[in-house]
Design a protein around this ligand. Structure first.
Ligand code: UD1
Length: 426
């Protein structure tokens, strides 16, 4: 667990790690590469370790050194992903597209992950079926197969009912090695989708339009080796901007891609903070008195659901009434109850949270319910009077590289009370 003594001013510069969600998709995408593949700027996170375990279980050789991961995908020995890992990490389901494209067969258990809603994979499955895969779901296992001598998927038009990040990535990866052209309409436009597309392009894939709502992919016979640097994590960066606002501290963040943070920056400005660019990939937050605002989560370029919990913590101490509407996941407001234990005044009705700003929070023992919720509680603890104990740190360690260490460097009084920070860097 984490012990936080709140109301300390923070100061200085924080280094932002590589994007978790890019890294996870790109590690799956590395299965498309029949040669050496090197990834740089990989964050040290429990989720990344798990994705590495999936690759190893498929018989692929990986070597991790610091933030570099070498993947030798010459031979994929198995087409079955292990239940124990996929059940813990939803993103590991994304290997289904590359496995199918490369081997003509894939068996991947239905995924698990954060407890933030049902999170089905129907859009992934329908996309692969449209490309000619036969898919059956039996005993919790998704089995996909392409019939025919060479087992190659066929390019086609796929319209997504919802711009799902994962489904866009699955179909895009599968299409890189398919016969003919694939067009994904109503595609997710998240920066991580674009990062995955750039990675695939550097391996020789023909992809256009990633980052817009229509992606065209021309299938090629084979991809080649690549050396690729993952983009900085916009959610981690946004979280540190909120840390500056909630502690009323000036902080500088580097490296960041400011346009990826546009929705979070717009809301922080409405709340009363100033965000200034200090060069092309450095931002500084200059906080001010905090005012209420309304937030609705949406697919990119809308406000990210992955920043909703952190902003709830911030709005809890912003003057006036705010309404937060969660539209992406159906069960992602549960952190309000823990924030209320710290003195916040938040009511939830359906997918709306009504936040009545209070002047101060008070430290309390709290329990994290999911990854971003755990971070919201840490942020609340930084602003609260007295001591906060945050339990359930395995959530935090899934998605934030050394969050407590980085906050400590900025002057926060925060420490782990046990040896729960165990990230293997293999
Ligand atoms: C990704 C991110 C996650 C982020 C989310 C939304 C990764 C590893 N994770 O998750 O951090 O919160 O995008 O920005 O990149 N849905 C279906 N059927 C499907 C797929 C999704 O109904 O086949 C629904 C989900 O239940 C959810 C919504 O679509 O309600 C959005 O999910 P999606 O965009 O797919 O999120 P993920 O890719 O799982």
């Amino acid at each position: 667990m984490l012990e936080i003594w709140g109301r300390q001013a923070l100061k200085g510069e924080v280094r932002i790690s590589g994007a978790k969600n890019s890294a996870l998709a790109i590690m799956a995408g590395a299965l498309l590469c029949p040669e050496d593949c090197r990834l740089r700027n990989l964050p040290s996170l429990a989720d990344i370790t798990r994705m590495g375990e999936i690759l190893t279980a498929l018989g692929v050789k990986i070597v991790r050194q610091g933030d570099i991961l070498e993947i030798d995908g010459r031979e994929i020995k198995r087409a079955q992903a292990p239940y124990e890992i996929v059940s813990q990490l939803r993103a590991s389901f994304f290997v289904i597209g590359p496995l199918l494209a490369r081997l003509g067969v894939a068996e991947v258990p239905l995924p698990g992950g954060c407890a933030i809603g049902a999170r089905p994979v129907d859009l992934h499955v329908r996309g692969l079926q449209a490309m000619g895969a036969e898919v059956t779901i039996k005993h919790g296992m998704v089995e996909a197969r392409v019939r025919g001598s060479r087992g190659r998927l066929k390019g086609t038009k796929v319209y997504l009912d919802y711009p799902s990040v994962g489904a866009t990535e699955t179909i895009m990866m599968a299409a890189t090695l398919a016969q003919g052209e694939t067009k994904i309409e109503n595609a997710a436009q998240e920066p991580e989708v674009e990062d995955l597309a750039n990675f695939c392009r550097q391996m020789g894939a023909k992809i256009e339009g990633a980052g817009t709502n229509t992606i065209n992919i021309g299938g090629v016979e084979r991809l080649h080796s690549v050396d690729y640097e993952i983009i900085p994590d916009r959610i981690e960066a946004g979280t540190f901007l909120v840390a500056g606002a909630i502690t009323q501290s000036e902080l500088s963040l580097w490296p960041v891609i400011p346009e990826h943070l546009a929705p979070a920056i717009a809301k922080l400005e409405e709340i009363g903070c100033k965000i200034v660019a200090e060069g092309p990939n450095r931002l500084r937050i200059i906080p001010n008195a905090l005012k209420a605002t309304d937030i609705e989560t949406l697919p990119y370029p809308g406000f990210p659901t992955d920043m909703q919990a952190q902003f709830m913590a911030l709005l809890a101490i912003s003057e006036g009434n705010s309404v937060i509407t969660e539209t992406v996941f159906e069960n992602r407001l549960r952190h309000f109850a823990e924030l209320n234990r710290m003195g916040a005044n938040i009511r939830v009705k359906g997918n709306n949270a009504i936040v009545e700003g209070v002047s101060i929070l008070s430290g309390a023992p709290v329990m994290a319910t999911d990854l971003r919720a755990s971070c919201a509680l840490v942020l609340a603890g930084l602003a609260a009077e007295g001591k906060t104990i945050v339990q359930g740190l395995h959530h935090l360690d899934r998605g934030y590289e050394n969050l407590d260490g980085k906050l400590r460097q900025l002057g926060a009084k925060i420490q782990r009370l046990d040896n729960s920070y165990q990230l293997s860097r293999n």
